[in-house]
Ligand binder design. Sequence first.
Ligand SMILES: [Fe+2]
Length: 488
Amino acid sequence: MTALPEARTLAWNAVMSASPGPLDLVVEASRIDGAVPHALRGGRLLSNGPGWTHIGGRLAHPFDGHGYVRAFEFQADGSLRLRARFVRTPAYVSEAAAQRLTHRGLGTNVGDHFWQNLFPRTGPRNVANTTIVRWNGRLLAGWEGGAPYGVDADSLETLGEETFSGALAGQATLAHFKHDVALGRLVSCSVAMGPATTLTFREFDAGGRLVHTRVAKLPSTLFAHDFVLTPNWYVLASNPLTLKWGTLAKSMLGGATLMDAIASDGSAPGAVYLVPRTSDAPVRTVALPGRAFVVHYGNAFERDGAVHLDACLFHDFAFGAEFGFQGPHAPLDPRLPDARAPQRLFRIEVPANATSATWRQLAPHGVDFPRVHPDHEGRPTPVLFGATRADTRFSDPFDSVLRVDLTDFGRQPKVWTPGGGAFVGEPIFVPSPERDEAGHVLVVVSDGAVGRSTLVVLDAAQVEAGPVAQVPLPLLPYAFHGAWDRPN
Ligand SMILES: [Fe+2]
């Protein structure tokens, strides 16, 4: 094995392991390079991700780092206020007191010996570290496999598990929620995995009341992390999964992690499921032109009975080495994700009543963290932003922002690369009230080599032109997902 490219590895680990703890700081307008656009002032970028991963001498898998919610508030005077708080889940409180891992995670065990992992054995701990949305007057910090945690929208203090009056209690709920803006609903998806898979979609009104439930039984073992909806359908890829039963048993006995026990089924053909949203009609299984494994969806919409779906799609997917993770005793290796072919952005079209779909690739780049106009979920939308890599052979760790014109696939995607070895997170689109394809894109760029993050504001119509404003910040841990929020 060749020596690690030390500088990049160190920089990546610095970003992924940054743990500044609770923050409360103001960056005055005079310290901001450029000026915060007036359209953004009074609003804030919210984000969530693992904010503590080196725990008691072990490196937790990034999926198992404790949820760390950030609010970047654009003030009226052009300054920026940053606040950050851990989500005080029971696991966080326990591990903060013990200063070591006390609960098993999805990809991290408490200790190297199986007997250290037998107790506690109460399932992977919910660290509320993946998504952040505002609903019913509070923020929800989502996690893969449990209920989200409520966070006070102003103070960011943890309110406790949010089960929506019990609807999500005990449910393995996806971290990703969807919005139906026209109906004013937040939509969740819970998964019961096995030889067959049961998905339960729940729709909540603005007051957090459960107003619609749809249970769908699917004929395969399916991996889901995200989904999309349209007025008439819930849509997700079949993502065929193999459960390694022997490893699962070993995991139950503390000798492996839960993530060790799952694998994608590379032999299965690609398909998408269309679940009728408002009726109990059968689920449609639609064949894709090739193998497909989708982690994140950009959007979906209906036109003349056809369903159009934008997805970041792997043809071949393997679990493991996420973010370069190689166990609790080694640094993350940012070269490991390069070993697999990246996910590409595809537009999938399912004609009305069809049993097979067509697709086309929308960009030559590896793309993840796809984001569109936040009010357009389930409807046509003109532009998609994503995180990408300037070198189109690879995807993560990302170093660039991508803009894809969805109104004209012949147009070349636009790319902005900050350079200098900095890493780029999920770009959040803040659309202009006047023009759906214009506005601003917010992205946190982190340079681990110099220990600095920058909140960058781009012009959404021309991201390639570079920053409109750059807000200097301390080094922040890499976030997974965020949202634009304009408090009432
Ligand atoms: Fe995600």
